[in-house]
Design a protein around this ligand. Structure first.
Ligand code: NDP
Length: 491
């Protein structure tokens, strides 16, 4: 018997391999049992004496108790921000920059812990929180740290001045990244902030409070008031604010706009979307399929700029749909902390119900539904990757923001028809164009009514690039040089 064969006979094959724990495992993050509000640089007990439990949407495990800020709490936070504004706004800009650089570096140092916390509290796959949310959040602080002492160059001859206290309300789809989009430019310009995280995803904001402590952010410059929609409404109504920056649903955005009418408070709104991802017959088809999948299934489709309407040139419709379905069948749905997971948990039961209701409407109206076979975990909230073909423009799945992993496919024959259909929505946040012809990209980019247009790619973000919408997708820009303007006034 040869040596190799002899060894085989003596050593039993292991039934399972023992792996070392993943670098991004549950153990690397520990939450406090109960969080207070972050006001004036300290965690304080809410005056409301009210708390709620935040849970993991993938396991329904309770993670921590979080304060529900009431009207008095919001008023205290705004007072703390106003008090801190007096010194922060006069601080040497290069000193403000140092604080922002420190935050950016600490976010990098604590990236693993924060990525795990984000995936636990929000349900998104770890490969997204690790490779997208965290690096981009740190990049935003680095980027705006660089602007802090160069505002005179950003707006030559206009003598920019900070506005005062910024009330900032963020949604649950990118909790820490949206926090960074809001806080970094506000602080760089010399404002102070009161941030209200979403009810279902408050934990990374509470960890960020600790980052502020580590970075020696002066007390009151950043205040975080957790709670529900009513906490957000109190914040908007509070007299002492000078600016509101809101990201969320169009409905709440409109309510905020009504509330601020007639008040001297500046406003930026980043609202919903129903983006067209337009695929021409001359594109690199396999590359387009990857872009389509990324466009709609990234973050379970909980993305305001998701490419949720696929417009395909009629001549390649059948081939593209075949390729797309094959690719969809390789998507792994499940445990957000498994680095192989492509589609994580739906953020909340309420959102799952909303997705299910809209999908049912698509079936009822006559669209053809396809979902690849996949086994969903028993606990938690899940929805399989879904595509609708045979969709008419009037169907609700082609009109309304689903905010879930659901794609609607429509067809077109000419570029004019593609533009017409793409613009046939109350929204105007983003769009994608897939074609080999540069001239066609430029021509479409001029005619599409969307704030961001990606060509032969999708869902690319960079702190230097402005982001924002037209029509019911809101107004004002975040990111880049444009993102400084809404936090400044000029002489
Ligand atoms: P909301 O617009 O209600 O939530 C966004 C933020 O606003 C949250 O922090 C929320 O707090 C807060 N808020 C809620 N009501 C008020 C109010 N009256 N005044 C001030 N702030 C308020 O979105 P939902 O979470 O209800 O999601 C509903 C739909 O909105 C989704 O299905 C999706 O279509 C869309 N959406 C779009 C987003 C985008 O980025 N464009 C992001 C999120 C949702 P709290 O979470 O505590 O209620």
């Amino acid at each position: 018997m040869g040596a190799v064969e002899k060894q085989r006979a003596e050593v039993a094959a292991p039934a399972a391999w023992d792996y070392a724990p993943a670098p991004e495992s549950r153990e690397i993050v520990s939450f406090e049992r109960r969080y207070g509000l972050f006001i004036g640089g300290e965690q304080v007990t809410p005056r409301s004496r009210s708390w709620f439990t935040t849970i993991s949407p993938s396991t329904e495990e309770p993670l921590a108790e979080v304060a529900r800020g009431g009207q008095k709490d919001v008023a205290l936070a705004v007072d703390a921000a106003r008090e801190a504004f007096r010194t922060w706004s006069r601080r040497k800009p290069s000193e403000r920059a140092k604080v922002l650089f420190r935050i950016a570096r600490i976010l990098q140092e604590r990236a693993r812990e924060l990525a795990v916390a984000e995936s636990l509290d929000g349900g998104k796959p770890i490969k997204e929180s690790r490779d997208v949310d965290l690096p981009l959040a740190a990049a935003h602080f680095f980027y705006y740290a660089g602007w802090a002492d160069k505002l005179e160059y950003a707006f030559p001859g206009r003598r920019p001045r900070p506005l005062g206290v910024a009330a900032q309300i963020v949604p649950w789809n990118f909790p820490l990244l949206m926090l960074a989009w809001k806080i970094a430019p506000a602080l760089a310009c010399g404002n102070t902030v009161v941030l209200k995280p979403a009810e279902t995803t408050p934990l990374t904001a509470m960890l960020f409070a600790d980052v502020c402590r580590q970075a020696e952010v002066p007390p009151g410059v950043v205040n975080i008031v957790t709670g529900d929609g009513s906490t957000g409404a109190y914040l908007v109504r509070e007299k002492g604010i000078d600016k509101v920056a809101f990201t969320g649903s169009t409905e709440v955005g409109k309510a905020i706009q009504r509330e601020l009418a007639g008040r001297d408070v500046s406003l930026t709104l980043e609202l919903g979307g129903k983006a067209a991802n337009i695929v021409f017959d001359d594109c690199a088809l396999d590359q387009a399929v990857e872009g389509i999948v990324n466009g709609i299934y990234f973050n379970q489709g909980h993305v305001c700029c998701a490419g949720s309407r696929l417009l395909v040139q009629e001549s390649i419709h059948d081939q593209l749909v075949r390729k797309l379905k094959r690719r969809m069948s390789t998507l792994r749905v499940g445990d957000p902390l498994d680095k192989n997971t492509d589609v994580g948990a739906i953020n909340s039961n309420a959102q799952l119900e909303r997705i299910a209701e809209l999908v049912q409407s698509g079936v009822d109206e006559g669209a053809e539904l396809y979902q690849p076979p996949c086994r969903l975990p028993e606990k938690g909230w899940w929805f399989p990757p879904t595509v609708f073909t045979n969709v008419a423009q009037s169907y609700r799945v082609a009109q309304e923001e689903i905010f879930g992993p659901v794609l609607s496919v429509l067809t077109f024959r000419t570029p004019d028809e593609a533009v017409e259909k793409a613009n046939n929505t109350p929204y105007g946040l983003s769009a994608g164009v897939w074609t080999e012809k540069g001239s066609r990209i430029l021509s479409l980019a001029q005619r599409l009514r969307a704030g961001v247009i990606w060509a032969n790619t999708y869902n690319r973000f960079d702190p230097a690039s402005p982001f924002g919408g037209y029509k019911e997708s809101g107004f004002g820009r975040e990111g880049g040089l444009h993102g400084l303007g809404p936090y400044l006034e000029f002489e």
